[in-house]
Design a binder for this molecule. Structure first.
Ligand code: MTE
Ligand code: MO
Length: 238
């Protein structure tokens, strides 16, 4: 695969990523990275609810979203901590996740801004299986998720987290999760809008109350059921 040095990202990126970040990349080369960094910052503040976000189209119909750059972590360094109100706090490596029972799903991905990618192949471990390993205490009512981007967070109630269609995903679109889609590991919450599916997942914390996530603090619904929240009338998913 062609590797092109892209000034605006400050490191070599793959051709696929350059296609995704083409506009900012070209501006970065034409005007220097300072301006494209400012544009990146502007984009971050505007997404995901502004049409300008369309300047970063991804492959397969996805838009690539980030509020805090593109953090990198190798599969060998990757760690997922599970803590808070659990009986056995654990830290799982990427290999640990691969050894757990795999769940495969083919389901749509729907962003609250309106774009939808049908029939996406996902593979990962049911969140429920991971929570069962850690042993959720009776006092736990909610799950908080952190990203190793250091900024993005998400939340689910215990009941939502235990659903069979909520997975800790390491594969998407038929390949290992790419960096831009949140690799090595992201959450996939099939029945909810895309902002629930936190990328670059690093920590799962059980808590006594729901702690609203990044976009939820900015006004988006905490219970982000597709078609039943955020004032949209999309058909509900199964
Ligand atoms: N860490 C992190 N996760 C995130 C986001 C983000 O900005 N940062 N954006 C969310 C939103 S609004 C959507 S629609 C999806 C987009 O997933 P994609 O970038 O793989 O297309 O990621 C979600 N997870
Ligand atoms: Mo989104």
């Amino acid at each position: 695969m062609a590797v092109i040095s892209n000034k605006s990202l400050g490191k070599p990126v793959t051709r696929r990523a350059v296609l995704g970040f083409g506009v900012l990349g070209i501006l970065g080369i034409a005007f220097g990275s300072a301006i494209s960094d400012k544009l990146s910052g502007l984009f971050s503040k505007l997404s995901p609810n502004n049409p300008l976000s369309n300047i970063l189209p991804g492959a397969n119909g996805f838009e690539i979203y980030t509020v805090s750059g593109f953090p990198t972590e190798s599969t060998s360094a990757y760690k997922l901590s599970v803590g808070g109100l659990v009986n056995n706090p654990v830290t799982l490596s990427y290999d640990d996740l691969l050894k757990l029972k795999a769940t495969h799903m083919t389901k749509d991905f729907q962003c609250v801004t309106g774009w939808r990618v049908p029939n996406v192949k996902w593979t990962g471990v049911r969140l429920k299986d991971i929570l069962d390993i850690a042993g959720v205490k009776n006092s736990a009512r909610a799950v908080l998720f952190r990203s190793f981007d250091g900024v993005y967070t998400e939340s689910l109630t215990i009941n939502q987290a235990m659903r069979a269609d909520v997975i800790v995903a390491y594969s998407m679109l038929g390949t290992s999760l790419t960096e831009e889609h949140g690799g090595p590991v992201r959450l996939y919450v099939a029945p909810m809008y895309g902002y629930k599916s936190i990328k670059w997942l690093s920590a799962i914390e059980l808590s006594s109350t729901v702690v609203p996530g990044y976009w939820e603090n900015l006004g988006y619904a905490v219970n982000a059921w597709i078609g039943r929240s955020n004032g949209r009338s999309d058909p509900p998913v199964d």
